[in-house]
Design a protein around this ligand. Structure first.
Ligand code: FAD
Ligand code: FES
Length: 261
């Protein structure tokens, strides 16, 4: 059920590049959160109306009762969010998203996360490990400073499960995240690709999946105003049903064979 919460910030700090890490505590959200769920965070307080709309963020991790969000600072909303201090109250709409990652049907998981899109897959890494399901996570960025979840990977002992790509070769493998994707996708039986990140990257991932006839699901991060299905601001084309669907409500995860990416 979607609910409005007032939560207390427990941490809000710069990480690297343009990325910040926000943490807040809430027992109910922590207990019910699943990978691909997202929250809408109001960047202002109750006496401020600019920017008015909440901003959408993936749940990157849950540690005890604490929810972790990694956010890139682009405009008014995320800049306002950086001003929040430990102990401040923040309005959150949660838990959002109905269609999550279909993990039951497959035996091997390739998680492909570009830039801050990796934060849309990190919680899934934890769940797959908990469930004993084999996976490999690919994390691609342009340069090392953009690897804002590198510490998280190390702290959670995911180094051997993750291949890191930087376009300039400043860390990990040099090249695009799609460099070894074909080879990796053909290594194991009944493999599925789950992807989250920049639109161009997801299109490239989807193209490879289709060339190999491998299932592929994308967690989409369209621009959102309401986050719960009423403004129709986040629609994409459902090519199977020849209609439009709301990313916030029918998504955020979609079978890329059934949508116009
Ligand atoms: C389901 C979902 C999950 C998301 N999860 C995350 C997450 O975990 N971490 C995260 O950092 N972001 C995430 N996003 C994207 C995030 O919601 C936006 O980046 C944020 O709303 C931008 O707000 P703003 O006020 O900074 O920018 P705005 O004031 O709305 O925009 C300012 C300028 O920045 C540009 N801009 C805004 N967002 C982006 C972007 N994402 N990439 C490039 N340019 C942009 C706009 O086009 C505009 O020119 C998610 C979005 C969705 C829908
Ligand atoms: S953001 Fe309003 S319908 Fe999706």
């Amino acid at each position: 059920m979607i609910k409005d919460y007032k939560v207390k910030i427990t941490e809000n700090r710069f990480v690297s590049g343009i990325t910040w890490l926000l943490k807040f505590k809430n027992e109910e959200i922590a207990k019910n959160a699943k990978p691909a769920h997202f929250v809408m965070v109001r960047p202002t307080n109750e006496y401020q109306y600019d920017p008015m709309m909440r901003r959408a963020f993936a749940i990157a991790d849950v540690v005890d009762d604490e929810i972790w969000i990694y956010y890139d600072v682009y405009g008014k909303g995320t800049k306002a969010l950086t001003e929040k201090k430990v102990g401040d109250d923040v309005d959150i709409l949660a838990l959002l998203g109905k269609n999550l990652f279909p993990t039951d049907k497959y035996d091997y998981f390739l998680l492909v996360g570009g830039g801050i899109g990796f934060a849309g897959l990190s919680f899934l890494m934890k769940k797959l490990r908990e469930e004993g399901k084999p996976f490999k996570a690919l994390y691609g960025v342009r340069r090392k400073e953009q690897l804002s979840m590198l510490d998280w990977i190390k702290e959670n002992d995911f180094e051997k499960d993750t291949i890191i790509y930087t376009e300039d070769g400043s860390y990990g493998e040099k090249g695009l995240i799609t460099k070894d994707l074909k080879e990796l996708a053909l290594k194991n039986k009944n493999t599925v690709i789950f992807t989250c990140g920049p639109h161009g990257m997801m299109k490239a991932v989807d193209k490879i999946a289709k060339e190999l006839n491998i299932p592929c699901y994308a967690s989409l991060e369209s621009k959102m105003a309401c986050g719960f299905g009423i403004c129709i601001g986040c629609v994409i084309k459902d090519t199977e049903k020849d209609t439009y669907v709301r990313v916030c409500y029918e998504g955020p995860v979609f079978d890329t064979y059934k949508i116009e990416l």
